[in-house]
Every structure is written in structure tokens, then in C-alpha cells.
Design a protein around this ligand. Structure first.
Ligand SMILES: [Zn+2]
Length: 122
């Protein structure tokens, strides 16, 4: 099961859309699409942080050009569970009558062809 990944920057609540990888032997920081698996020397970044990343002195930055695709939405089990509980606790509402049906089966009111049926007055 996957859980939504967050930007690894301190205090950043945004969803990660990119992965920063430090290639130490080439002194290169690579900002690419979100990696499927977290590996050593990789850091998930949100889009603003991915775009604003600057390399340490003496390092190059290789940045993925183009859009960072957010990962597909994941089913949050907690949300699903909460929905299920709410569903179970909800009283079963009577099904409202459908308006069209009411008009067709109730001859007291409404139009029938070119004649207007007048409800009886008391
Ligand atoms: Zn961030």
C-alpha cells in the first residue's frame, strides 16, 4: 500500500511530486519525477521546492524539464474507514418520489394534453 508522500523539507506540508537524488561521485543533484521507491540519498520534494532547488557549491543540478506529474491519488484507508462508519450510522432516508412519476399518476393537478385539470375545491 502506498501512502501520500510529502515533501522532505522541514515544515513543508505539500505533496511530493519530484525526487531529488544526490549523485555523489559526479557531484550532481538530479531532480526528477517522483521515484517509485525511496532510496538512500534521495529526497522527495514538492513542486515549488523542486523548482527552486539550488545545488550546493561545486555541484551541478540536473532538473527534469516539464511538468511534474503528481502521483495518482491513493486510497486513504482512514478516509475510507470514516466514510464507511458514517454510512452505517446514517439513517436510511425514504426514497423521495420522482417528480415526473407524480405528475403522470396524479390526475388531480397538472396538464394533460391541451386540457388543464382543475383540482376540486372544497
Ligand atoms: Zn516542499
Amino acid at each position: 500500500m502506498r501512502s501520500p508522500r510529502r515533501c522532505s523539507r522541514n515544515g513543508c506540508p505539500r505533496q511530493a511530486v519530484a525526487t531529488l537524488t544526490y549523485v555523489y561521485n559526479e557531484s550532481t543533484a538530479v531532480v526528477g519525477p517522483l521515484a517509485a521507491f525511496a532510496e538512500p540519498h534521495t529526497y522527495d520534494l514538492c513542486e515549488p521546492h523542486a523548482r527552486s532547488l539550488t545545488a550546493p557549491r561545486g555541484w551541478d543540478v540536473v532538473r527534469h524539464e516539464g511538468e511534474f506529474e503528481p502521483p495518482p491519488p491513493t486510497t486513504d484507508d482512514l478516509v475510507a474507514l470514516a466514510e464507511a462508519v458514517r454510512e452505517a450510522a446514517r439513517p436510511v432516508a425514504p426514497r423521495p418520489p420522482e417528480n415526473d412519476e407524480t405528475l403522470n399518476t396524479a390526475p388531480q393537478t397538472g396538464r394533460r394534453g391541451h386540457l388543464r385539470v382543475i383540482p376540486p375545491t372544497h
